[in-house]
Design a protein around this ligand. Structure first.
Ligand SMILES: [Zn+2]
Length: 98
């Protein structure tokens, strides 16, 4: 099965929460936002939008909205198996990452 590509050019998809336009990492990458994260699904049982749609859906969330959602408990982060959990990066008090 060939993976589905979403070539975006200079801009990735905007943030699904706030609408902020997110620049693409490179014009020839497929929706790799700078300052955000891409999520995708082939569908999910229980969704009236994506289940059995026969399509792959893509969304981007900017770092600010994802950080807020994590802080509010509207999103969850769990450590990957075999890796230690590390604090979120890119916070205003993080003087070394961004
Ligand atoms: Zn946002």
């Amino acid at each position: 099965m060939t993976d589905i590509k979403l070539v975006m050019g200079e801009q990735a998809l905007p943030c699904i929460k706030c609408g902020k336009q997110l620049p693409n990492f490179s014009p020839d990458t497929d929706n790799q936002p700078c300052g955000g994260t891409e999520f995708w699904t082939y569908g999910h049982y229980g969704s009236a939008v994506t289940d059995l749609s026969g399509t792959k859906h893509f969304v981007c969330v900017c770092d600010d909205c994802l950080r807020t959602a994590l802080d509010l408990g509207h999103a969850a982060a769990v450590p990957l198996r075999g890796r230690p959990a590390v604090p979120l990066r890119g916070r205003p008090d993080d003087h070394g990452f961004y």
